[in-house]
Design a protein around this ligand. Sequence first.
Ligand SMILES: Cc1cc2nc3c(=O)[nH]c(=O)nc-3n(C[C@H](O)[C@H](O)[C@H](O)COP(=O)(O)OP(=O)(O)OC[C@H]3O[C@@H](n4cnc5c(N)ncnc54)[C@H](O)[C@@H]3O)c2cc1C
Ligand code: SF4
Length: 507
Amino acid sequence: MTRNLILVLGDQLSPALTSLQAGDPERDRVLMVEVMAEASSVPHHKKKIAFIFSSMRHFAVELRSLGWTVDYVTLDDPANRGSFTSEVARAAALLKPEQVVVTQPGEWRVAEMFGGWPDQLGIPVAVLPDDRFLCSTVEFAGWADGRKQLRMEYFYREMRRKTGLLMDGDQPVGGKWNFDAENRKPAMANLFMPQPYAAPIDATTCDVMALVAARFETHFGDLEPFSFAVTRHDAEAALAHFVSHALPHFGDYQDAMLVGEPFLYHAVISHYLNCGLLDPLAVCRAVEVAYRSGAVPLNAAEGFIRQIIGWREYVRGIYWLKMPNYADENYFNHTRPLPEFYWTGKTDMTCLREAITQTKSHAYAHHIQRLMITGNFAMLAGVDPHALHEWYLSVYADAYEWVELPNTIGMSQFADGGLLASKPYAASGAYINRMSNYCRGCRYDVKQRTGPNACPFNALYWDFLARHRDKLSSNPRIGQMIRTFEKFEADEQARIMTSAAATLAAL
Ligand SMILES: Cc1cc2nc3c(=O)[nH]c(=O)nc-3n(C[C@H](O)[C@H](O)[C@H](O)COP(=O)(O)OP(=O)(O)OC[C@H]3O[C@@H](n4cnc5c(N)ncnc54)[C@H](O)[C@@H]3O)c2cc1C
Ligand code: SF4
């Protein structure tokens, strides 16, 4: 007789998961299911689906080696009924467990689904907190309570104090909390760019790739070549590779972009962190060791650790604090459909083409490409934030709603009106030209503001500010630019509007 039926999800591949810690391999049973309802909820990138299914299959082997009995249902199992609810119902009918146990999922919709199971399935369901984060949802709500304004920087300092990471007693190492001012160098093409760790493909991954090729043919993205790690061992090798090869330059070139260089000095580990193959605190400790041993400068170590214990934890806190309404935020009332080229990469704008084609190939783009290229363009063009959210959720291997949604709705689209970010991340071509070499070979001229050859970001940028001046002019960080626009000659303002309208009509 099974006591607990423990459902383990595809982003819960951690042996220390609360649902497993609460269980007993002698008396409980683990259920893992590849379900079509989740794999096709949006047109997820083929590489992302292959990565998750293969990592799940390897994790089932890991759990069995730890003594667990694991019932693993593959997508092509004829008995598979295609959704979490129907598969848990099927297993419960067979095993008659006393209760179902699961760790809190990373998506509001799935949490709601679990909440309905006791009535639907007639069985108790225990949902345990996910403690693979430094800050629990309750702790975050306590931190946010009563604050006039939520800002990541203050939250981050709390997390530094809490973990002791990069601290000398109660003071930050180096005398400053944040070294971002040193992290804005544009990269040069003649720098040596390390490639991320490439893991070998085994028979399990081959089977999964054949399955994905057959069942998800119409989904976005290229399945091959596939070199993601799908085991804890290989994910740790990917981390070690990053720490020794790329981390020393991570800070300097964090915001840089180069044609043909998708990874630069980034870690390319978010998909491992988010599915549980890597532990965030262990990752940060490894980075701190590299700093304290003298192998890595402080601006790199601090910049990296801030992304994980700062931004990553902060966006999760915002997600659970503000859902379910957060998904529908649309401060600017933007309604334009997502341009078709987001799915194909077919555009003459080099920056967008680079960011989108590499996304198709690798299911990856680094933060500044997501924020200042695809996100920035969508906001300037007035794209519906929800349509953009579905795109980001589909196309990146690391995309789960708890992390993707606040980054899209809050950080990149300012659709929450400034809850998460202090100003819209809006920029003209000049910023992209400063931080990349994209403009050099582009069919458009980044220096021109209007006309058929002008960089489309330029007129769209001013048009965006003019369109939303009522909402933005009091913003201390962007109001100044609105006043600059207002000083342009009326003719120039009219030319800008005409150019922006022409770009938007062509979308
Ligand atoms: C519009 C938009 C959508 C995004 N969607 C996702 C998403 O679905 N999943 C996701 O993990 N990240 C998302 N991010 C954040 C960030 O772009 C990725 O975490 C990062 O690019 C992953 O690549 P990396 O591992 O090479 O990261 P690095 O640049 O090497 O950074 C190190 C780590 O810091 C963490 N991190 C950095 N920035 C953020 C951030 N803003 N939010 C959360 N974690 C962060 C990640 O875990 C990352 O692995 C999004 C950002 C934007 C602007
Ligand atoms: S000129 Fe404009 S469109 Fe072309 S790459 Fe530069 S910023 Fe992008």
